[in-house]
Design a protein around this ligand. Structure first.
Ligand code: PHE
Length: 335
């Protein structure tokens, strides 16, 4: 019987060592140590057959075998647990590529415009989107009931403010707190009560420009904006300064570029004219200087304002402004 117990011990240990999972360990435990049918129990059932004096010795050995098997089972379970916890990393697997986001085409265009003008010494200035009538109109030589206010169909707020309808109020804010020389651009959002169609949206972006100094002439305006057009649309793009009117500039000019699609021959994009209007500009009106306390006899300046959506549409051949605001990834991913 002692030999049987020794054999049982080594058999159990071998089986435990080779066990592959928890279920197998449990099966081994029942097979060897089960209270009713266990192999150890079966041997112990026959202890009565032994001579009286041998029984305690065999009983003690049986106990030792039982404890030893129990310990072996526990050790194996702990080992399995440890293996599960040690996460296995296969360093040879190809890595997961994180998908990179991109800047919105309008943001990209804004950055490009800023880059071009900062290379000419312009600094970026900003103003509030919620404005007073004074900054949006009055100080820009558009008194109450001035017909030009109609052009800027504005959103009026209950609190007496309005949403700025152009970035020109930033000109006033900068001149109020700085004295010449001034060279700034002011990028930002504008709002107008326009019906939505392929070229109008109630919110859009402009970049304003303002240069004030002694001896600033219309030639500076022309040189500056021609340089901008050549860098933005390419050196072979033609530039035309067409007389126009703005209450806050005198003289005023709208800037046209030769059509980026047909190169001036005339097509649907330029309605057969060969030219595309891209911005408004002019020499700062003396009335505006008076409003901010600059002496128009001493200082001159030029200003301009451009629509960023329009520039972006012309640059990339986009035919509908609404595409910028629908956030369709199939559109945005192309830039
Ligand atoms: N503020 C004008 C507009 O929105 C553009 C402009 C700016 C014209 C500066 C002249 C000088 O239409």
């Amino acid at each position: 019987m002692r030999r049987e117990l020794d054999k049982l011990r080594s058999l159990a240990k071998g089986r435990i060592e080779g066990a592959k999972n928890r279920e197998e360990i449990e099966r081994i435990r029942i097979e060897f140590l089960g209270r009713k049918q266990g192999k150890l129990k079966q041997i112990l059932n026959r202890i009565k057959e032994l001579p009286l004096e041998e029984r305690p010795v065999v009983g003690k050995l049986a106990n030792e075998v039982k404890e030893e098997i129990q310990r072996a089972l526990e050790r194996k379970l702990k080992e399995m647990k440890r293996e599960e916890e040690e996460e296995y990393v296969d360093v040879t697997l190809p890595g997961k590529k994180p998908s990179l986001g991109k800047l919105h085409p309008i943001t990209q265009t804004l950055k490009e415009i800023e880059k071009i003008f900062s290379s000419l010494g312009f600094q970026v200035a900003r103003g509030p989107e919620m404005e007073t009538e004074y900054y949006n109109f009055e100080a820009l030589n558009m008194p109450r009931h001035h017909p030009a206010r109609d052009e800027y169909d504005s959103f009026y707020l209950d609190n007496g403010y309005l949403l700025r309808s152009h970035t020109s109020p930033v000109q006033i804010r900068v001149m109020e707190r700085q004295s010449p020389p001034i060279r700034i651009i002011a990028p930002g959002k504008c709002y107008r009560r326009d019906a939505v169609d392929s070229s109008h949206f109630p919110m859009f972006h402009q970049v304003e420009g303002l240069a004030v100094d002694k001896n600033i002439t219309f030639s500076h305006l022309k040189g500056c904006l021609t340089y901008f057009v050549h860098r933005m649309f390419g050196r072979d793009t033609k530039v035309r300064f067409r007389p126009s009117f703005f209450p806050f500039t005198e003289p005023s000019a709208e800037v046209d570029i030769s059509c980026v699609i047909c190169k001036g021959k005339g097509c649907r994009v330029c309605s057969g004219k060969g030219w595309l209007e891209i911005l408004g500009s002019g020499m700062v009106d003396p009335e505006v200087f008076k409003k901010v306390g600059y002496d128009p006899e001493v200082y001159q300046g030029f200003a301009f304002g451009m629509g960023v959506e329009r520039i972006c549409m012309l640059k990339y051949g986009i035919d509908d402004i609404r595409l910028f605001f629908q956030n369709d990834l199939r559109f945005l991913k192309q830039f």
